[in-house]
Design a protein around this ligand. Structure first.
Ligand code: PHE
Length: 341
């Protein structure tokens, strides 16, 4: 018995405990209730009575040294585990950080701006909080004229006076500001947000983006307007796109038209998006009304010009197959992350 104890003592001292597995082997071999040391304690009763105190003493020492080695090894292992970063799986792919990117509306607006600036248009911007005067009066909307109802206005101050403040319902007031500011010839586009008090749904929202254009020079004709819109549409929607001009009405242009392009989803055959018609309406346009020119101090006998205005968001929805316009305004990262730079 004594020999067994001594050889176990040596074994315990020599046992290498460098891994959790070795620790577990050590524990099971020596210190558990059915381990070697416990078994020796069981055999103590068959030792000669005279020897019992000595052997018991040796056994106690053996048990103490086993316990001491166990807890010392446990501590050591716990420390090295966190130091060396054990538990980290080095084969995992690295984390990707979303670095931010252009909003889909800005991407499409960017393309539109590029096409027009290649044609010689400058870019003008103006306030979204606008005076009634610029949004309506200067654009030849008579007071109390039903045309004001075409655009459901968010008024900030009440009434219909010139000085009333509102959220601009179109970007045409920017064109007024440009005409008041600059002498012809003028060639600008005005991109920006506009606001209308419409019922909110997947197809329409109280805020959206417009891009309007204005060209004033000598002898500008409707043919120039058509050529510009044709050129824009071919670059934006594809070279085989067809256009249709329908007579329309805007207080600030005369004559006026609305422009349709052949649906670029079905190629004009008719689908759900174009409501089986084969056409998509893309903009309003016309020759700048002489009253608007006079309001801005430009002589309509000398100068003539055209203007056009289009919605941007609809093109964004179609381009990226987004089925709800509200997604463009919610700033939900789950949506935006689908448009990496
Ligand atoms: N301002 C018009 C609108 O918002 C669009 C337009 C602009 C029409 C210029 C004709 C000429 O509906």
């Amino acid at each position: 018995m004594e020999n067994t104890i001594r050889s176990l003592q040596q074994e315990i001292i020599d046992f290498e405990i460098n891994t959790p597995e070795a620790l577990e082997t050590f524990r099971l071999r020596y210190t558990v209730r059915k381990g070697l040391i416990a078994t020796l304690f069981g055999q103590l009763k068959s030792v000669e009575p005279a020897e019992k105190p000595r052997i018991g003493q040796l056994l106690n020492e053996l048990k103490q040294s086993a316990d001491a080695r166990l807890s010392e090894a446990e501590e050591k292992l716990a420390a090295t585990t966190s130091e060396s970063g054990k538990g980290i799986d080095l084969t995992l792919p690295g984390r990707r950080y979303f670095t931010g990117s252009e909003h889909p509306v800005q991407k499409v607006l960017g393309e539109m701006k590029k096409i027009f600036s290649d044609m010689g248009f400058g870019i003008a911007t103006g306030p979204e909080l606008e005076l009634d005067h610029y949004n309506f009066d200067m654009l030849n909307f008579p007071p109390d004229h039903p045309a004001r109802d075409m655009q459901d206005t968010f008024f900030i101050t009440n009434g219909n006076a010139d000085s009333d403040v509102l959220l601009r319902t179109h970007t045409s007031p920017v064109q007024v500001r440009v005409m008041l500011d600059q002498k012809p010839p003028i060639r600008v586009i005005c991109p920006g947000k506009v606001y209308r008090n419409e019922a909110i749904s997947a197809r329409s929202y109280c805020v959206f983006h417009q891009l309007e254009g204005l060209y004033i020079d000598k002898n500008v004709s409707f043919a120039d307007l058509k050529a510009t819109i044709y050129s824009f549409s071919r670059q934006m929607f594809g070279s085989d796109v067809k256009l249709r001009f329908r007579p329309s009405f805007f207080p600030f242009t005369e004559p006026s038209a609305e422009v349709d392009v052949t649906c670029y989803l079905c190629g004009g055959k008719g689908c759900r998006v174009c409501k089986k018609s084969g056409w998509l309406e893309i903009m309003g346009c016309g020759m700048v009304h002489p009253n608007v020119m006079r309001n801005c101090g430009i002589d309509p006998e000398t100068w003539s010009g055209y203007a056009f205005g289009m919605g941007v968001d609809r093109t964004v929805l179609l381009r990226y197959k987004i089925d709800d316009i509200r997604l463009l305004f919610e700033n939900d990262l789950r949506m935006l992350r689908q448009f990496p730079a």
